[in-house]
Design a binder for this molecule. Structure first.
Ligand SMILES: [Zn+2]
Length: 494
């Protein structure tokens, strides 16, 4: 069974085949780094991470591009108010985005171009469109794309011309683009004093200015895949549903008018919104949640991944406290199983283990090949864990097939949380304290066990000062000491 994906262009689920297998070029629109990206943005990035991981697990060599929009109206306005240039203004948000992305275990794109780093490619694209007579210079000095000259305009968003006129004129106006025709959009905006003040203006043969948002993605995608693979058509272009119009429509118009190819991307994939308690997230509604807010609340990244993957990417997801709590519990259970499996002695395996392993692989494969049906893949993972736990209860060892299937599924979904480790110790515990402590990584379980035993020995010899020091050191490294009737236990704090 091959991978089938819903293509927004055709509104159908189609068998996926890349242009030049095993290579897959994947372009994913990245964040505008004017603020912290919220959990709704990250739902899209998680869907794209799942897509990428599944392509890789299926043997494709993926080349993923995720751009950073580091120049736009909001960035220019905020940088101006902060009295800094755009570079200085966006730097902390780029760092924060990459921290949040890593925390959520989202694989880094192979290329993460910044718009301001690709201005020459954008100038070339605009030049090419002007030469073909598809772009024109307006009275205001800006360069516009004439959609009259591109008959395929509206194909992705399936707007007929009449709808387009009303729909587009509103959006384009709200973007503050001056225009000759209400439907035309700015490729290049003439430099204004506020742009110059924050370093957001570049020289170009058609006048000093800055790129429009839509232009960035076309120019960076074509430049990167052109240079690397000599191609000008992407295998997959992905983003959130809110990007279908006008952003992706405009990307197609610019790119196809420039290359002369019928497609800019063979597959267009779009992820649905995330709502918070039924409302679309926005700063205005006060329901604006970022990954760092969740992290500060002690939420495990695996729980966020699990929560997102329990809903299909083309369905709206409502983030509620109950849903999050359920996902935390689920991720913790998976983490505990992983921990148990890791500790179990290596056995030779059994027919029952082989069966559980092969069921997991085939169910996850079927689910993921069916337009990335992660909810079904997750359900198969929980079934596997239930069965494997039962087998571990009986045999106390685990064979290679069980371990490999678990790891393989982890490469795809990566939803196992960290278990709350508890080490119980009694005064009878005699491990060579110094060896085990010095050899172990600070904060690790082995290290904690060593220190906990040393503390029991200190208490036995009534050296309470040392015992308290150890308690503090454990605590500083994430372990809480609880004294029990016949010894003590140290518990990893979550
Ligand atoms: Zn884009």
């Amino acid at each position: 069974m091959t991978l089938r994906l819903y293509n927004t262009m055709s509104r159908r689920i189609e068998p996926f085949a890349p242009i030049a297998p095993p290579r897959v070029t994947l372009y994913t629109c990245g964040p505008t780094v004017w603020s912290y990206a919220h959990i709704g943005n990250f739902r899209t990035f998680l869907f794209e991470d799942l897509l990428r991981r599944w392509l890789e697990a299926s043997g494709y060599q993926v080349f993923q591009i995720m751009n950073l929009t580091d120049v736009d109206d909001r960035i220019i306005s905020e940088a101006g108010q902060a009295g800094t240039d755009i570079d200085g203004f966006v730097a902390p948000y780029i760092t924060a985005f990459n921290e949040d992305r890593e925390w959520l275990r989202i694989r880094a794109a192979h290329a993460q171009p910044r718009a301001t780093g690709f201005v020459p490619a954008m100038v070339r694209l605009v030049d090419g469109l002007l030469a073909k007579g598809i772009a024109y210079k307006g009275d205001d000095g800006s360069v516009y794309f004439s959609i009259e000259r591109f008959p395929a305009y509206g194909r992705l968003s399936q707007l007929d011309r009449r709808e387009l006129r009303t729909g587009a004129s509103g959006r384009v106006a709200s973007d503050e683009y001056a225009k000759e025709d209400a439907r035309d959009f700015a490729l290049w905006k003439a430099a204004q004093p506020q742009d110059e003040a924050v370093g957001a203006a570049w020289d170009a043969p058609f006048g000093r200015g800055r790129p429009g948002w839509h232009l960035e993605c076309s120019a960076m995608a074509l430049d990167l895949v052109g240079e690397k693979f000599g191609t000008d058509v992407l295998d997959i272009h992905a983003g959130g549903v809110d990007l279908i119009f006008p952003h992706h429509e405009d990307e197609i118009a610019q790119s196809c008018a420039y290359t002369g190819k019928p497609d800019f991307a063979r597959f267009w994939l779009h992820g649905e919104f995330l709502n918070i308690r039924g409302t679309k997230m926005s700063k205005r509604f006060g329901n604006y949640t970022t990954p760092r807010d969740l992290k500060a609340d002690g939420v495990d990244a695996a729980a966020v991944r699990l929560l997102v993957f329990q809903t299909h990417y083309r369905q709206k997801l409502d983030l509620t406290d109950d849903a999050l709590e359920g996902a935390r519990e689920g991720a913790r259970r998976l983490g505990e199983f992983g921990d148990r499996l890791g500790r179990a002695p290596l056995g030779t395996g059994s027919p029952a283990e082989a069966e559980a392993a092969s069921a997991l692989r085939s169910l996850v494969t079927q689910a993921m090949n069916d337009d990335l049906n992660a909810p079904r893949a997750v359900a198969a993972l929980f079934d596997f864990v239930r069965e494997a736990n039962r087998l571990l209860d009986g045999s106390k060892s685990a064979g290679p097939e069980l371990r490999e299937a678990w790891e393989w599924a982890g490469q795809v979904l990566d939803v196992a949380g960290s278990p709350a480790a508890t080490l119980s110790l009694t005064s009878a515990d005699t491990i060579t304290v110094t060896d085990s402590v010095t050899a172990a990584t600070v904060g690790s379980e082995e290290w904690a066990r060593g220190l906990a035993v040393e503390r029991i020995q200190a208490r036995k010899s009534r050296n309470f000062k040392h015992s308290d020091e150890i308690r503090d050191e454990l605590k500083a490294n994430g372990w809480e000491v609880r004294d029990t009737k016949d010894g003590s236990e140290v518990v990893r704090m979550s």
